[in-house]
Ligand binder design. Structure first.
Ligand code: GDP
Length: 596
């Protein structure tokens, strides 16, 4: 058994400093320190132990893990690439993470999203509060530890930083994490460390490296054990065209050994397993050698995890980013295993639900997990742009249930020829590059739809209203009866049925008219002429009587149960007057049965 370097990913909101931090870590400042510098991988940078030791010195002298692990392995491409389908290992490609927050800007949508992903995969992480050099009055000390630099700042600057750090502590608390500035932590097992840094000046980077080692020692020792002779396992980061090499896949190997001529299995965008034979394994040439030749890469016969490599091999066209990579061997049915892993994410998860599309398996898995946590049903989850078939299937789903006619699309577009299909359909597309935001938009849409539905339902319900047949204003006795009325409460509408104060039915409002104009409804205080079908004045009611709109029993129950608070005060009073009339006839009218 060998211990490999922990794989570290840097996550955070755009512009908060991920690239600058990674640049600093792999940059000359560290490499120049005569410490053996860094090792360049494809898609990753490894800082060897010696270098970390040189930089951190006394900060890590108490950590035993520094003598066990070869170094820290930083994935260069920030973000979702590091979070991919590796269920067997309990989640993410990254063993550790750095969540970067602009200390002056605070948490932003992508910061929350990254935090959610870390929560989901239970990845140990530290928070770095970046850009401390931007705090008003901060005196920069290039490359200093945070502690050294902090001690030399003015009191007001120290306080300004503390206030900002505590804002982060507050936000993390709301998200369910206890945290504290790293040098004030009493219990590392229950508190997340916040390290104030400047990725630009390098202040605090020493502590970042030291804390990562600390986390590795605390959580990872077993996870990092690898078998140097075992067939390699890895993850595809990207498919790239290279001059002279054709299509290549960039991937991170996290277990075992990979050799030229190994047969490997990868997954395609059609959810099939592809096998191919490795022609060459490549790593970047060191910078100085690259200047001397036109070549960018150096060939290796074999590499052992952790390694970031480029693989040249035939038939790579359909390989999908985020695909697992496995070396075929006699002991395992590798193809079957890959299929199983993929199916976990891409199979039709529920019978009904929405469609999810994403650019890589990693991001797809992250969205699917987040949606499941929110109990949003998923009909299908798939890689690639939104295409015609997606829109047709979503239209079908929409006919069954409007809420399921939605497509959530992360980091992918709509297929060129399908834009029109989409515009001609009622399918809703939620698209973007922040998972968190897309899901929020979708939920907002669902909420609005439900409210609209409820409103339409409420509008269709017959609500309490009454009016008075005005004395001395009977224009016609019957067929239809025509009388002068004044609305007393609620809204009186044409077509509604009427009852009198004894609960007897009194016909239907045929029409209402005021100064020659026909009115579909009238409200409290309005006086109009009303024609009532099937009523005889003097028999069904008398002039001066109050007449009530007849509310069907099931409508009454809906009002009672769901809409009571929507009634105006006079409608409310009328409702109970009406109820009294009904109950005189039938004491159980409007009461809820046992199973309602
Ligand atoms: P990313 O989108 O997270 O990769 O962010 P970048 O690393 O590209 O940084 C965004 C901007 O912030 C760039 O202009 C950086 O130069 C600047 N920046 C990053 N870190 C710092 C820092 O510590 N201090 C200052 N003053 N600027 C920084």
């Amino acid at each position: 058994m060998k211990i490999r370097s922990p794989i570290v990913s840097v996550l955070g909101h755009v512009d908060h400093g991920k690239t600058t931090l990674l640049d600093y870590i792999r940059g000359s400042t560290i490499a120049d320190k005569e410490a053996g510098g860094i090792t360049q991988h494809i898609g990753a940078t490894e800082i060897p132990n010696d270098t970390i030791d040189e930089i951190c010195g006394s900060f890590i002298s108490a950590l035993t893990i520094k003598d066990l692990i070869p170094g820290l392995f930083f994935i260069d491409t920030p973000g979702h690439a590091a979070f991919t389908s590796l269920r067997k290992r309990g989640g993410a490609l990254a063993d550790l993470a750095v969540l970067i927050v602009d200390v002056n800007d605070g948490f932003k949508p992508q910061t929350f999203e990254a935090l959610n992903i870390l929560k989901m995969y239970k990845t140990p992480f530290i928070v770095v509060a970046n850009k401390i050099d931007m705090i008003f009055g901060w005196e920069t000390h290039e490359g200093f530890s945070f502690k050294e630099s902090f001690n030399q700042q003015a009191q007001s600057v120290k306080q300004a930083l503390d206030t900002k750090v505590y804002e982060i502590v507050g936000t993390l608390h709301k998200e369910g994490f206890q945290s504290e500035r790293f040098d004030r932590i009493s219990d590392f097992a229950s508190q997340i460390s916040i390290i104030p840094i400047s990725a630009r000046s390098g202040e605090g980077i020493i502590e970042v490296l030291a804390m990562l080692l600390g986390l590795a020692q605390e959580y990872l020792t077993e996870q990092l054990e690898i078998n140097e002779d075992a067939p390699a396992k890895g993850t595809v980061l990207e498919i790239k065209e290279e001059t002279g090499l054709g299509l290549t896949v960039d991937s991170i190997i996290y277990d075992g050994v990979l050799r030229t001529n190994d047969e490997i299995a990868l997954m395609t965008s059609n959810n099939e397993v592809l096998t191919t034979k490795i022609r060459s394994i490549l790593r970047p040439l060191p910078l100085e050698e690259m200047r001397d030749s036109k070549k960018k890469f150096k060939k290796f016969d074999e590499v052992v995890a952790a390694a970031g490599i480029k693989i040249a091999a035939p038939n790579l066209d359909d390989v999908v980013s985020g695909s697992p990579l496995r070396v075929l061997n006699d002991e395992e049915d590798v193809e079957e295993e890959i299929l199983k892993e993929i199916e976990d994410i891409t199979i039709n998860t529920d019978d009904e639900g929405i469609l999810v599309k994403a650019d890589t398996l990693g991001s797809l898995e992250a969205i699917v997990q987040l949606l499941k946590e929110l109990d949003i049903p998923i009909r299908e989850a798939d890689i690639g742009d939104v295409n015609r078939r997606d829109i047709i299937n979503s239209s079908i789903a929409l006919n069954e249930n409007e809420a399921h006619g939605a497509i959530i699309a992360f980091n992918v577009g709509v297929h060129q020829n399908s834009e029109e299909d989409l515009n001609n359909s009622d399918v809703m597309l939620f698209k973007g590059d922040v998972i968190y935001q897309i899901i929020e938009d979708y939920e907002e849409w669902i909420k609005q739809r439900e409210e609209a539905k409820k409103k339409a339902f409420y509008d269709a319900i017959i609500k309490p209203a009454k009016f008075m047949s005005l004395p001395k204003l009977v224009f016609r006795q019957s067929k239809p009866a025509i009388i002068g009325v004044e609305a007393l409460s609620g809204t009186v509408k044409q077509g509604q049925k009427l009852i009198n104060k004894n609960g007897e039915s009194v016909g239907i409002i045929a029409s209402m008219e005021d100064k020659g104009e026909t009115l579909p409804d009238i409200s409290r205080g309005q006086r109009v002429a009303m024609a009532i079908d099937n009523a005889i004045v003097g028999k069904d009611f008398d002039e001066g009587d109050e007449l009530f709109i007849d509310i069907p029993e099931n409508h009454y129950k809906f009002i009672e149960r769901e809409f009571k608070d929507k009634l105006t005060e006079d409608e409310f009073e009328t409702l109970y007057e009406f109820l009294e009339i009904k109950r005189k006839q039938d004491p159980d009218w409007g009461k809820f049965g046992l199973f309602e």
